[in-house]
Design a protein around this ligand. Sequence first.
Ligand code: BTN
Length: 329
Amino acid sequence: MRVQDAVLQKLEEKQGEFLSGESLAASLGVSRNAIWKGVKGLRALGYDIEAVTGRGYALGREADVLTAESVARRLMTPFPVRVEVRREVSSTNDVLKAEAERGAPEGTVLIAEEQTAGKGRLGRRFLSPPGTGLYLSILLRPQFSAEQSLFITTAAAVAVAQAIEEVADVEAKIKWVNDVYIGGKKVCGILTEASVDFESGGLHWAVLGIGINIAGPEGGFPAELRETAGALFPGKCPASVRSRLAAAVIRRFFEWYERLEDAPFLEEYRRRSFLDGKWVAFTLGSEQFSGVVQGIDEKARLVVRLDTGETQAFSAGEVSMHRAGGETA
Ligand code: BTN
């Protein structure tokens, strides 16, 4: 570990308290000058570190530390997970897909402070500014069929909703198929990409990408998202919230993943689903449907009593709850 990262880890362990340069140097086995250089490097990255002669260094109580160590320390999962945190990537999904092709193992997790080309579903962009969101991707090498692998996204939505409630005092709902909502606004989107093995009918790999808005971006959400997008903390964020949330998401997800074939998360998914009984308009490819949602079936499909009278189960599609003319059902 670099001295700079080790200093950050030590300061975060005692966040808000002063640690002397001498004790830091002794515990890390480096010179006091190396500690000071590390502190300067961390400040240049934006960390609020106070330096007081005779007392040493202290990390601000509200600093939101996001490092591989700060996440790993909170993980507490028996599943073999390796976390990497980068400052800026194009898209964590794209980078991890390339690593998957090069043979990276299941359980590799990539987190970025910022994405310059964050991707959403259906070719959309996912706004990923630094500091206010959690952008992470998990590499999986599922042993089950491609059909069962569809549960990956469903399980992830449940894991995210549970993790959000672990770190924030809010109620998280799920909008089929994979958006997490708080107070009627979308706070999380999930994009799973996979490489299919046609011979076995399974997958070579799947990359599960999760983007969570922790706070509103500086200057607010852009006009096109203002009506629909929300964040976990509209005001001040608690310390190290991204590390805590990342660890909780990863831990919760792998709990479900290990039992994915039996779909034990479905009950929790149904409990959090807020489309039941609602009228929805539905786009699948170029086709349009509308009707009243009856529930989620055992394959995590959305069951809809269509306006035509027939009942159909959908495994993919884009749902909206707005009737033409602006009325919301
Ligand atoms: C959606 O809401 O349409 C899905 C958004 C998925 C965003 C996440 S952020 C981490 C990962 N990397 C990406 O480029 N996209 C996913």
